[in-house]
Design a protein around this ligand. Structure first.
Ligand SMILES: [Zn+2]
Length: 267
């Protein structure tokens, strides 16, 4: 029966898993038992039923977890984001550096930081492939460039910002189809709005374009200033970190790559 219940919970998301059902079943079972069995057997039976009911409740909780995982996959899950945890963490950091948590300026800081993190990490919820759902038949076989796309990200080693600009070039596939140009900005933002490394960020953007548009080539160049390198550590303000991801025709053909780079940097 539990198997059946598991299945039914799995597929019916609007139905709350059944703590009540389980209790009701346990009660009915107890009633039958009382009528048929001697008192000492009844209490042994009762204990067994209680254990069974407890086990059923545990299974129900497992079901609940499973249901929410499926909901998350289907994209109708309430956020996994836990503001309370962040607020608690911020309180610990503030008291760890010796600050007075009750100081007026800090009183609302944990909540403010939690809201800020919800925003700067919202890329974790973005379904990047969905951004490419609509493409356009442009019969385009030349380089498409969107450059100077501003981005802000968080270095995953220090949780300090790194920010700068991204330049993207791609050559549509044989079908000549293109995506909306604003979608390229959205892809940058989706991958930037999470704890990141600039190297990985660059690669993930190129891979998403490659995977979804099946283009002849993709080139992504990013330049950024990392606060973990300028306000702390080696303290080299103004140092620019550059990364690139070079795929397909841009990799195979130096002239094509040079053309894209000159379009990136010539005003
Ligand atoms: Zn860092």
């Amino acid at each position: 029966m539990n198997n059946f219940k598991r299945q039914s919970h799995f597929f019916s998301f609007d139905k709350k898993p059944s703590n009540n059902e389980t209790e009701a079943e346990a009660k009915i079972a107890t009633k039958e038992t009382s009528a048929e069995l001697a008192p000492e057997e009844t209490s042994a039976e009762l204990a067994a039923k209680e254990t069974e009911a407890k086990e059923a409740t545990i299974l129900t909780q497992a079901d609940q977890a499973q249901v929410s995982n499926v909901q998350a996959l289907l994209g109708n899950e309430p956020a996994r984001f836990d503001k309370k945890k962040i607020e608690e963490g911020v309180r610990l950091i503030l008291s760890g550096i010796g600050e007075d948590l009750d100081r007026e300026g800090l009183r609302q800081t944990p909540q403010r930081v939690a809201r800020a993190f919800e925003e700067v990490c919202d890329g974790l919820d973005e379904k990047v492939d969905d951004l490419f759902e609509v493409t356009f038949d442009a019969d385009c076989h030349d380089i498409v460039i969107v450059k100077d796309i501003p981005f802000y990200s968080l270095c995953e080693h220090h949780l300090l910002p790194f920010f700068g600009t991204a330049h993207i070039a791609y050559i549509p596939g044989l079908d000549g189809r293109v995506c909306g140009i604003s979608k390229l900005g959205r892809v940058v933002e989706a991958y930037a709005h999470r704890p990141q490394l600039q190297e990985r960020l660059c690669n993930e953007i190129a891979t998403a374009i490659e995977r979804n548009l099946n283009p002849m080539g993709v080139l992504v160049v990013m330049e950024a200033e990392h606060l973990c390198m300028t306000m702390r550590g080696v303290k080299k303000p103004g140092a620019v970190t550059m990364t690139s991801a070079v795929r397909g025709a841009f990799n195979a053909n130096p002239a094509t790559r040079a053309e894209a780079l000159s379009l990136f940097y010539n005003k």
